[in-house]
Design a protein around this ligand. Structure first.
Ligand code: SF4
Length: 237
């Protein structure tokens, strides 16, 4: 490129700085914003990362393309926390990806039961989207499953100490949330699971966790388990 245009300044991004990447991708014709607000491509659905280059070259401007959501509202209907409050409008404070990844504090109690067993993000709005039938599994090894994370129980993950957490998740974005937030999220998932003696034991083992955030969520999860145990016993004839 430098042969064609001479030297120029640039900076490259991919989910690595607060760049208005979806808005610009839409304006530049890479796709349209779906009703879930993510970028959709007719060829690739929404399961991809956007990359950007800031350059100081006078490049030609591309045109935006049309919107192909039509009358579909599957993403709005499936959102577990009703975070898509209107087409093209997400209340980020309700989004499970925000609650489990970005939020550092306590998860609002009213939303915890709606999170189910999602311990790091949520892709329900993308999974249900008809355009993702065009998405393809990448050959990029960095995006493939590591350390059997797609086949492991919440109880086992909850038993990981800080060192195991750091080792098993090295090089993944999950590690960035830190061990206490990881345990907070799993505690919510365990609280939402059907009653089980093993779950109660796993939760009790963390009642004295060093983190107040973890302790509070563990107490909540134990209350949930207790309520379910009582309901089960009451139904036994
Ligand atoms: S699920 Fe339907 S409404 Fe939502 S983004 Fe996909 S096509 Fe658009």
């Amino acid at each position: 490129m430098t042969v064609e245009v001479g030297s120029f300044n640039y900076r490259v991004f991919s989910d690595s700085a607060p760049v208005m990447e979806v808005a610009w991708a839409q304006k530049s014709g890479l796709g349209w914003r779906g009703k879930h607000t993510l970028l959709l491509s007719r060829q690739a659905g929404s399961m991809f990362f956007l990359g950007e280059m800031y350059v100081d070259l006078p490049l030609p401007v591309d045109d935006a393309i049309g919107n192909y959501c039509g009358s579909c509202s599957k993403c709005i209907d499936i959102c577990p926390t009703e975070a898509i409050i209107a087409p093209y409008q997400v209340d980020a404070r309700r989004c499970i990806s925000y609650l489990t990844i970005e939020l550092k504090d306590s998860i609002p109690e009213s939303l915890r039961p709606l999170i189910g067993n999602r311990i790091y993000g949520c892709d329900d709005c993308q999974l249900v989207c008809p355009w993702n039938k065009f998405a393809r599994i990448t050959n990029e090894n960095d995006f493939h499953v590591r350390n059997g994370l797609d086949d492991v129980s919440l109880i086992e993950l909850f038993g990981w100490d800080q060192e195991t957490f750091e080792t098993k998740l090295a090089g993944t974005p999950i590690r960035r949330i830190g061990h206490p937030q990881w345990l907070r999220n799993i505690a919510v998932g365990l609280g939402n699971a059907p009653y089980s003696n093993e779950i109660v034991k796993a939760l009790q083992a963390r009642l004295d966790d060093a983190s107040a955030l973890v302790r509070e969520h563990v107490q909540w999860a134990l209350q949930q388990q207790n309520t379910k145990r009582t309901a089960t016993e009451e139904n036994i004839p």
